[in-house]
Write a protein that binds this ligand. Structure first.
Ligand SMILES: Nc1ncnc2c1ncn2[C@@H]1O[C@H](COP(=O)(O)OP(=O)(O)O)[C@@H](O)[C@H]1O
Ligand SMILES: [Mg+2]
Length: 247
């Protein structure tokens, strides 16, 4: 498979990310290259502090690299203005985090509506779509609950519905099951699988749990800010794993 015929959701090329600590710089990523084919489900595995969250932030255009480049939906993220970057993020990426990050004083429905408000969708459309998304993630009847009135697993479902609000191509989930028990984790991972298989989204999930590899096409291992291996996950991948490593 040549890279020219491969549809790519996001690609990072020789990326370095340095964090400044006082007078010194700490390299969280040290020359990472990774290409995520459209429609694939990729799991990123690595110990705490290996640079997983830093990589996710760069892939989702929440941040820009110190060196190297990130191409999101074919656009070089470093060359965009802050406004352009925010717009690309809003339209192309849905984020799911370990801590859910729901707004406590808003209902489940209002939390899901938020990204659509940012996009300027009219109230009626927002309302209908948020309701539909909450039903899709199994929360019919809980639309008016505040986050505190929901279990951890339910809160993560709201966060997933919110990630889907603007119908993004790419879902980036940073340890989405990190705060959940085993059974709830399985149900959240099954939602991730649905988003990939049924909805056709490209899905990248950071996890500590090697058992979750079964949901993915590819597994990327990262250590000390470097990719150490790329292999097949538990589902038959559309392309060989080598396509994930650009030259
Ligand atoms: N804002 C920051 N300032 C300084 N160091 C940071 C910052 N964010 C992350 N780091 C450091 O960079 C390394 C990678 O962090 P991170 O990407 O969060 O790893 P992971 O998600 O794999 O646990 C860690 O050593 C962490 O302490
Ligand atoms: Mg992290």
């Amino acid at each position: 498979m040549s890279s020219t015929s491969l549809d790519v959701a996001v690609e990072v090329r020789k990326v370095w990310k340095l964090y400044r600590i006082g007078k010194t710089f700490y390299p969280a990523l040290r020359g990472v290259s990774l290409r995520i084919p459209k429609g694939s489900f990729v799991i990123i595995l690595g110990p705490s502090g290996s640079g997983k969250s830093t990589l996710m932030h760069l892939m989702g255009a929440l941040d820009t690299p110190t060196r190297g480049s990130v191409y999101l939906a074919g656009k070089n993220v470093s060359k965009l203005s802050d406004v352009e970057r925010a717009k690309l993020r809003r339209d192309y990426v849905g984020f799911v985090f370990q801590q859910f990050y729901l707004i406590p004083r808003l209902s489940a429905l209002e939390n899901v509506e938020l990204p659509m408000i940012a996009k300027g969708l009219p109230r009626g459309i927002r309302h209908r779509r948020a309701k539909k998304l909450l039903a899709l993630v199994g929360l019919k009847g809980k639309e008016n609950n505040k986050p505190i009135e929901l279990s951890g697993g339910e809160q993560q479902r709201v966060a997933i519905a919110r990630a889907l609000a603007n119908d993004p191509d790419l879902i980036l989930a940073d340890e989405p099951t990190g705060n959940l028990d085993t059974a709830t984790s399985e149900s959240i991972m099954n939602l991730m699988l649905d988003m990939n298989e049924r909805m056709g989204k490209t899905v990248v999930v950071v996890t500590h749990n090697p058992e979750q590899v079964k949901y993915s096409h590819y597994v990327v291992k990262i250590r000390d800010g470097k990719i150490v291996s790329v292999g097949e996950g538990g589902r038959r991948p559309p392309y060989p794993p080598e396509v994930l490593l650009p030259d």
